[in-house]
Design a protein around this ligand. Sequence first.
Ligand code: 8YV
Length: 320
Amino acid sequence: AHSRPRVLQYGKMPLPQLDAELAQAYDVHILSQESDPDRFLAEQGAQFKYLVTSAAMGLPARVVDALPELQFVSSFGVGFDSLDKDALLRRGVRVGYTPGVLDDCVADMAMALLLDAARGLSASDRFVRRGDWSRQRFGIQTRVSGKRLGIFGMGRIGSTVARRAAGFDMEVAYHNRRPIEGSPHLYLASLLELASWSDFLVITAAGGDHTRHLVSREVLDALGAQGFLVNVARGSVVDEAALVEALRSGRIAGAGLDVFEDEPHPHPDLLTLDNAVLAPHIASGTHETRRAMADLVLKNLQQCIATGHPAVEVPWSAAR
Ligand code: 8YV
């Protein structure tokens, strides 16, 4: 009988249906569901050429090192900062991921957080539910339309946010490692300059060592007391303790956050701040987008098994 390829799944996928589809097509072992994952790796690690994971779960060097025959990783997500690049490169493992298909939904979420933070939507919902409406007035909020939107990280998602902003008659500027050729938007050479210029600063830059804590106390002070921060990228890009201080003391006006330094554990003080809108990393979490991401995870895996290379692979994997 034709035997299905063995696939090691690092843990449950961000779309439950995908777990079922993987189990249908492959001989899948879910590492996180083994009673003793370390022992399982030690005993059976050599039997796996293919591994499936997600940006949320990542892939530590320890696991890569326990899989001597590993050839290919198919990861669910556009971010690959949680996958151990050095371990994978050293071993020549090719890595597929899912860029492009989530740009619209992540950009929609950036606008939702921006509008919510500026207009106090979540705070107003709490106000109505508490019964405060009949007792007091809701505070006056901040206009969005026509304001300045700064984008840190002008990639696929950043430029999709810029298109959304045009519908709100917003002026757009950006900071990026380098200026984007042909971009109609103002390029500012530093994040500090961008923050000073912006009414709203939206983070759509990749995570990882290069961007760690770039949104610092200094950058937040440049954004200023009338300014709002929106982060739909990675919590690691922002110094979360500095952000809490800036929100608490009113050195910035508010924030809309889908990502945090230590998920699923936002800084505890964020939970008490009424000028922060908090979401549990759901920007890509629509039926349509998670389905498209799942399809790309399956396609990358299938194509790699058939041809030796994934349909879409991370830059450092493809560059070899
Ligand atoms: C995922 C993400 O939902 O794509 C990414 O990089 O962060 C999100 O879209 C999540 O990480 C699950 O992998």
